[in-house]
Design a binder for this molecule. Structure first.
Ligand SMILES: Cc1cc2nc3c(=O)[nH]c(=O)nc-3n(C[C@H](O)[C@H](O)[C@H](O)COP(=O)(O)OP(=O)(O)OC[C@H]3O[C@@H](n4cnc5c(N)ncnc54)[C@H](O)[C@@H]3O)c2cc1C
Length: 291
């Protein structure tokens, strides 16, 4: 349970970070360390160089312009919860961060670390996907921006290449009439990893769902869009989307059909499918209420 010898770096800028990452064969970025250090201590990962983000102020900024919110990847979950801009424009993200781990974990753990670990059960990814987020990636070749949905490849696998760092999360400001809601089902209320999760984004115009997105989490190798649930939800009349209604049940079932859950210590595959059916319906009704 000890961390083996390694070089510890504390660069002051993204440029310096990229230089260090490219000068080592086996470096890892260290943000809050709540995933990485656990894996190193367990012997799952070994690195010759750890590059801490703790002194890089440019990664600790939340800003906005007319169209977007920009979240630096070294922002902690507790900083998200306290941010006025996030509370105003992305309240569901703030509420989601409050459901992560414990106070101590939220003080250390970053939003960048959460998406870069890319665990299928991570909590911020479904919500950021529901907000149609993109990420900015920096490397020695320059910066590139990709939709977050193209980042996740498999459980704990992303498209990030060696020598790259995720610097920003870019979230378009939701339009009027849009509601986003996240439902997390864990085995207890606090300090609990998601067994099943659903994030829903709905935009209502003239009492009809004009646009929507249903994201399912912890029930496939990556958080993913449930295309069938989204297709059914789009164009639905608000008056039909009531608790226990046929259409709502059908959408819940569609989300469940789009899942490919596994059996593990937290729950069986069928258990997850059943919960997902109900959770999806709940998330839709709550998203409509918040819109
Ligand atoms: C007790 C406990 C409870 C937890 N509960 C939850 C929970 O309820 N929900 C949940 O989703 N997670 C939970 N986690 C997991 C963890 O806290 C989160 O995933 C956290 O957000 C990870 O962030 P970090 O800053 O600690 O990342 P780190 O551990 O520092 O890094 C994680 C990975 O991301 C890479 N990385 C970090 N930042 C960047 C970057 N900017 N660019 C490129 N790569 C980067 C690192 O190299 C590493 O591979 C829990 C963990 C613990 C220990």
């Amino acid at each position: 349970m000890y961390i083996s010898d390694c070089n510890y770096h504390r660069p002051k800028s993204v440029a310096e970070t990229i230089e260090i990452l490219n000068s080592s064969d086996n470096a890892a970025i260290l943000a809050g360390g709540t995933d990485l250090l656990v894996e190193i201590k367990k012997g799952i990962r070994q690195h010759s160089d750890l590059v801490s983000l703790s002194d890089i102020n440019e990664l600790k900024i939340i800003s906005e312009d007319n169209n977007n919110i920009y979240i630096g990847t070294a922002i902690t979950h507790n900083e998200i919860i306290k941010s006025k801009v996030i509370c105003q424009f992305l309240p569901c993200l703030s509420q989601t961060c409050a459901k992560i781990g414990s106070e101590q974990v939220r003080n250390m753990a970053t939003i960048g670390g959460n998406i870069c670990t890319a665990a299928s059960c991570c909590d911020t990814a479904p919500v950021l996907l529901a907000y149609y987020a993109s990420i900015e990636i920096a490397s020695k070749e320059g910066n590139r921006t990709i939709p977050l949905k193209d980042f996740f490849v498999f459980n704990k696998k992303t498209t990030l290449k060696e020598g790259e760092i995720v610097t920003k999360i870019i979230v378009p400001k939701p339009s009027k009439g849009t509601g986003v809601h996240y439902e997390k089902f864990g085995l207890r209320e606090a300090m609990s990893i998601s067994v099943v999760s659903v994030a829903v984004n709905v935009t209502i115009e003239n009492k009809v769902v004009a646009n929507s997105c249903v994201i399912i989490g912890a029930v496939a190798p990556t958080p993913r869009i449930s295309k069938n649930a989204t297709d059914l939800l789009n164009g639905s009349n608000l008056s039909d989307l009531k608790e226990g209604s046929k259409i709502l049940e059908k959408i819940g079932q569609a989300a469940s059909n789009d899942s490919i859950p596994i059996d593990d210590i937290r729950g069986g595959a069928q258990y997850r499918r059943d919960i997902l059916t109900t959770l999806t319906q709940r998330a839709i009704l709550s998203a409509i209420r918040t819109g």
